[in-house]
Write a protein that binds this ligand. Structure first.
Ligand code: ZN
Ligand code: ZN
Length: 246
């Protein structure tokens, strides 16, 4: 998988650039990729897409979205160079878990747990939102057993046993990591500009995890010594900490 991705690297850079130019902000990028995630999973479920097409699109879109995040974070300052620089991180962070997730999905289809053509569950935006919202809070009753099950399935190490669970996990590869990679692009920028210190500011709401609060409490630290939002915290790709530099 890594070998194949490496061969297509310049292709990915090109597509990431177009995607970044089109979306302009990481928020738009995340929104667009969320919509594309649903289209992909529906395509597979409804037999409009073969497994190998699905697998390839998943790999392509995961890498392109992450690179587009870096591109946007670079804020026009040598975005190509920054994609080059972060390519090993993009591949190393995203491909191994994605490979495992794809294997698991294929296994569940073969075993008949995920049924092709099964349209009993839809991917309503409100259901997806409920699942995403509830990832790191205590179990709470959404009143919909399917949503309840998908909350567990969509966790980073959860198992997508329903199509809703699969769709939500796909979003966690294609869409939500855009923010972390945006921050990575911005970080390299600040480093190049000679900033010496960084601090990680948590969202102070009831969903902020203990790890993020802990980083927040550390205050100003030497640049490079704190992990990017979404790294080193249990809220992963859903982390919305932001980084300040000085
Ligand atoms: Zn957190
Ligand atoms: Zn956070």
């Amino acid at each position: 998988m890594v070998g194949l991705a490496t061969k297509r690297r310049s292709d990915y850079f090109q597509q990431a650039k177009s995607l970044a130019v089109k979306t302009k902000t990481w928020e738009n990028l995340e929104k667009l990729m969320t919509a594309e995630s649903k289209v992909l999973v529906k395509g597979l479920r409804d037999k409009q897409m073969r497994w190998d097409e699905y697998e390839r699109s998943m790999i392509d879109k995961t890498l392109i979205s992450a690179l587009a995040g870096v591109y946007l974070g670079s804020n026009g300052k040598d975005p190509e160079g920054k994609m080059e620089k972060t390519w090993p991180t993009v591949v190393g962070d995203m491909l191994p878990p994605l490979g495992a997730f794809l294997d698991e999905t294929q296994f569940r289809i073969d075993a008949g747990i995920l049924r092709i053509g099964d349209k009993t569950m839809d991917f309503a935006d409100s259901d997806i939102e409920n699942v995403m919202e509830d990832q790191d809070s205590d179990p709470y009753d959404t009143g919909n057993p399917a949503v309840q099950a998908a909350i567990e399935e969509a966790k980073p190490h959860g198992i997508g046993s329903t199509w809703l669970g699969v769709a939500t996990r796909v979003i966690r590869y294609l869409a939500t990591p855009a923010f972390s990679f945006f921050n990575l692009g911005q970080f390299i920028n600040r480093q190049e500009q000679g900033y010496k210190e960084m601090r990680r500011i948590a969202h102070h709401d009831k969903r902020t995890c203990a790890d993020c609060l802990n980083y927040d409490k550390q205050g100003w630290q030497p640049i490079g010594s704190l992990p990017m939002p979404g790294r080193g915290c249990r809220c992963y790709d859903r982390c919305r900490c932001h980084i300040k530099y000085r």
